[in-house]
Design a protein around this ligand. Structure first.
Ligand code: ADP
Ligand code: MG
Length: 388
């Protein structure tokens, strides 16, 4: 990477490399912006930013994925407007850093990533967090503040009203464990996964146009549900505050579509807690069943799945060693995550690849998900230290 940096920027003095991982969310989908529970793990797929202070007056950012270089005057960074371009992510982060009182100087940044873009494995948060570390260039920052700052960049500058999950897990990921996050208190619990269990993400290789606008619609529909439910139950500020038992008698007060959206969120929060219990008891069958219930809820009540995701879930269920599967990430394409016996992984990957190819004439990419450390500087390239 440093050699590449030299080719692109003409020198490689003082280069440091920062890494932030993507993630797979095991269960708890579309619950983070409702201040509920999620259970992601950080992946060994990650975004790396090689960075060095430079002479001159500009920040230069190059993405290998895009094979594109963009240049920005440091003095104008605070006033820049979003351009609907990939640089909105790092520039949004730069603005939030400036706003938080961190002076930024001229610098060169080279971005390399192994996280597939727009596939529900959170390349966006990986880019935000790694860029923030690169801009900070070794200056310390509280890890929770780092995650929140990157979320603000995506919400305020990129314009995506996202929850905290992606940035949080990219910062706080850990080897050998998933992380249960309480998206209201921002507390976390490391959840070791049963040793005999494996998780495989399967990429549909599609992303339907709807995804951005539907996400915003869902955020609005959940807010509409809260407005009505709080009349019934004073003190309700988000869907997190409504239990399934409270929800059912009140559901008829909501317009039918809003009721289905809210039912997904309310039941999904409960499923995260039950999944963690099942995981701690090593009950793979119960974990798998909860993942499938999550998928059906996303498919029918939240309506964020698609034909390709449904196919991958249904096909996985019939395969040797599989306990359950669901879509992961925002939906409308991207990946599924399947829970299966570790010994069955190779056969599953072959089987699901063949089944998907036969149906859609597309080869899905597959990733065996290994829980990995959160973001940090790469000091030597075998051992990547975590921030947390
Ligand atoms: P996800 O986070 O699930 O991968 P998003 O739509 O939230 O999907 O974010 C994907 C966007 O992030 C891309 O369209 C691009 O703008 C930006 N991005 C992510 N990784 C890179 C990269 N390596 N180089 C340039 N842009 C990137
Ligand atoms: Mg994203």
């Amino acid at each position: 990477m440093i050699e590449r940096f030299r080719q692109i920027f003409g020198q490689a003095e003082g280069v440091r490399v920062f890494r932030a991982p993507g993630r797979v969310n095991i269960i708890g989908e579309h619950t983070d912006y409702n201040l509920g529970f999620v259970l992601p793990m950080a992946l060994d797929l990650a975004t790396y930013v090689a960075a060095a202070p430079s002479g001159g007056r500009n920040v230069r950012i190059y993405s290998e994925h895009r094979n594109e270089m963009r240049e920005f005057e440091v003095d104008g960074l605070a006033e820049r407007k979003p351009e609907q371009h990939w640089t909105d992510y790092p520039i949004g982060v730069a603005q939030e850093l400036i706003r938080a009182g961190h002076a930024l100087g001229p610098a060169d940044l080279l971005i390399r990533s192994t996280v597939p873009e727009g596939s529900g494995l959170s390349s966006s948060a990986a880019l935000e967090v790694s860029s923030a570390l690169a801009f900070l260039n070794g200056r310390a920052m509280d890890p929770l503040e780092l995650a929140l700052l990157c979320q603000r960049a995506e919400r305020n500058f990129v314009g995506m009203p996202c929850g905290i999950m992606d940035q949080y897990i990219s910062v706080f990921g850990r080897e050998h464990a998933a992380v249960e996050i309480d998206c209201r208190s921002l507390g976390r619990r490391y959840v070791p996964l049963p040793h005999s269990a494996a998780f495989v993400a399967v990429n549909t290789m599609v992303k339907h146009e709807l995804s951005g606008s539907a996400y915003r619609d869902r955020v609005r529909e959940c807010a509409a549900a809260v407005e009505i439910l709080k009349q019934q139950y004073p003190g309700v500020e988000s869907l997190r505050d409504v239990s399934p038992e409270q929800f059912e008698p009140a559901a008829r007060l909501l317009p039918p579509v809003v009721a289905r959206r809210a039912r997904h969120v309310v039941t999904e929060d409960a499923r995260v807690n039950r999944f963690v219990e099942a995981g701690e008891a090593g009950e793979l069958a119960r974990m798998g069943k909860l993942m499938l219930e999550s998928h059906r809820s996303l498919q029918h009540d939240y309506e964020v799945s698609c034909e390709e995701l449904d196919f991958l879930v249904d096909a996985a269920l019939g395969m040797e060693g599989v306990f359950g599967a669901r879509m992961t990430g925002g939906g409308f394409g991207g990946c599924t995550v399947t829970l299966l016996r570790r010994a069955a992984v190779a056969g599953f990957i072959e089987g699901i690849t063949r089944a998907y190819e036969a149906k859609f004439h597309l080869t899905p990419r597959t990733y065996e998900c290994r829980p990995s450390a959160g973001a940090g500087e790469c000091k030597n390239f075998e051992k990547i230290p975590a921030l947390s």
